[in-house]
Structures are given as structure tokens and as C-alpha cells.
Design a protein around this ligand. Sequence first.
Ligand SMILES: [Fe+2]
Length: 374
Amino acid sequence: MTTPKKVISGIGSVSYLPELLREMNLRNPFVVIDPKVKEADFGKRLMGFAKKSFDGFETNPTFSQVSDGLHLFSENDYDSIIVVGGGSAIDLAKVIGLTAANGGKAEEYFQGKKADVQSVPIIAIPTTCGTGAESSPFAVIMDSSIPKKRGIESVFFMPTAVILDSEALISLDSVMIAATGMDAFTHILESHISKKATVLTRIVSKGLLCSIREPLEKALNEKDALALEALQSIAFTARLLYPRTGLSIAHALSHPLGAFTGLHHGLAVVTFLETSMKYNVSACRDSFREAGRMVGFSSDDDLFSWLRLFIKESGMAEKISNHLVVYDNLPIERIASEALQSSNIPSNPRKIGLSETCEIINESLLNFRRGYGN
Ligand SMILES: [Fe+2]
């Protein structure tokens, strides 16, 4: 399993960045920064490291935005990338770094071209508490011409160093804390019930399931700094699991929904979480029950009730409903068939086909249109 070579964590740990750059012998970093983070205090502190920065992207970055970033990167003799942001920013930086080191166009790597060498060194500073993109060998980029999110895996994507500083999360609004935290929770749960889970991965996922509930609730309700730090560390560790185990239909569906509607990844996962788990539970009864016990619930129903309450009280339900209300003609079959091509389908606990996937989509959308949890 590939992991970042260097991980620095703790509140205020971003102050080690100059020392880290010296230690890695990097003198001229290019900064990729989320446009919203750039305006926050945490982002402003980091702009001192940039001769030039790139923030020309939003949620679900596109190939044309990768190309813009690559163009800026090639204008100077940059020796590395510092990326500051959530999964979108980190995935974008990974693809810029890989393409800069290997040549050609970014799209070619998503059409089967293999990279031969490691990306330019990347220092990832995540500013959400869930994506784990900073510790994964994957990148997802939006092909807006179709529209479709394309994902690839490469060991050369792995950032060289990661700084997990929970001060980066202080300016996150509560819905984003909940959405990224619930994305991390789903990574762990899906990994635990996966068909490909092993004794080794379940030892890790059990520990993470035991650890996540309290920081998730405290981070949301109190914006507690230690809880945010714990959540960030759990998300980082969870991402090390699922290149081995794969995920499930909830994640498989989140990407086409995000591509068609622009919905944030964490919220797209939450849209399908309950219905996907209810579909799967008959095929993974023991591991699902064990997961629930690790989170602190004695029955499946208690776990589902907690999930529903969290999704509702965090404001995620309202955000998802408001976002999806204008998409009353979504191409359900197309979303379903794209989901079924996902690399997460072979690990889905229960066999699934087109009609079952369409049912999950329709039921999930109906739940949110009716005011989730009412
Ligand atoms: Fe995710």
C-alpha cells in the first residue's frame, strides 16, 4: 500500500511548512488553492509561499480547468505543488502534477495512457474533514462535454507529504463539516461491509468506526478543535483502506449524480446512503451489524435513525433538497448504468442490476423531495 512519505499533524502544524520545504529541498512551489479557502484567514497565511497561485476551479473541477492550471505551472520553473483545499482541489493538483511530470494531455491518462514516473512532489493541506484525497491513489475529474466524472488510479498520484492542520477547518460551514465528515463515515462503513474486506482491513475499519461518532457530533455541534482534528485524522486513515476493499453502490451513484447536477461529492454520497445500505443489508447482515455496534448502536434501526437525524439536523437534507429541486428530469437510467460501470460495483455486498439501481435512485430522490426524515 502506498502512503505519503511524510505526514505532519496537529493544530497549527501548517507552521512547519517552511521547514518541510527545506527538508524536501523544494524552492519554488506552485500553489493550487480553493478559491473560498484563499479568502479565509488560513488561506491568506499560505499565500506568502506562492509566486503564483491557481484558484480557477470550483466543486467538480473539469479537464479545461486542469489545462489552465497546467499552463500556469509550465510558465515557470516550479519544482513542486502545494495544494490547499478539499478533494476537488487535491484531485486537480494531482492531475496537474502527474501530467506535468509525464507529458501529454491530462485527458489521455483518463483514456488509458499509463504514467511512467511519479508526479512532481505534492504537499497536500486538506481543508475539509472527509475526502481523504490527500492519502489516496485516485483522482476524479469532470468531463463537462458529456457530462461525466472520470476517475483513475495511479500509484504516482500519491502526495509526497501531507499536513493535517485542523485550523484549516475552522472556517468551514456546518453543512460542509457534516458532508465531508459523513463522506469519511461512508468510506469506512462501505469498506467494512465490502465483499473484498479482509481480516486486516476490518481491524482498521472497526477501529475507525469506534472512533468517528463522537468527533463527528462534536465537530458539527460545537466546532470543537480537537474533534475536527480527530475527524481529519480518521478521514486520512480511512482513505488508506478502500483502494483495497472498494466501496459500494452509494459511492458508485454519487459520481454520476455529481456530474449531472454539480452536487458536492459528500452530499451526493449522503443522498444515496440510507437507501443503498437498506438494499445491501440482507447480503452483509453480520458485518453491517458489527459496524453498527462499533458506532454504538445495538440494532440496524438505531443506526438508521441516528443517520437520518444527523442528515436532517446538520442541514444536509435541506441543502440536498434545495439543490435537486430544479432537476426534475434527471436521466435516471443513464445515471444507473454509469454507476454500474464503477469500480465500486464488484465490492458491493449484494448483486445489483439496472432495475435495482434505478429503484435506489428514485427512492432516494423521493426521500429528499418529501423532506428527508419527515
Ligand atoms: Fe467519498
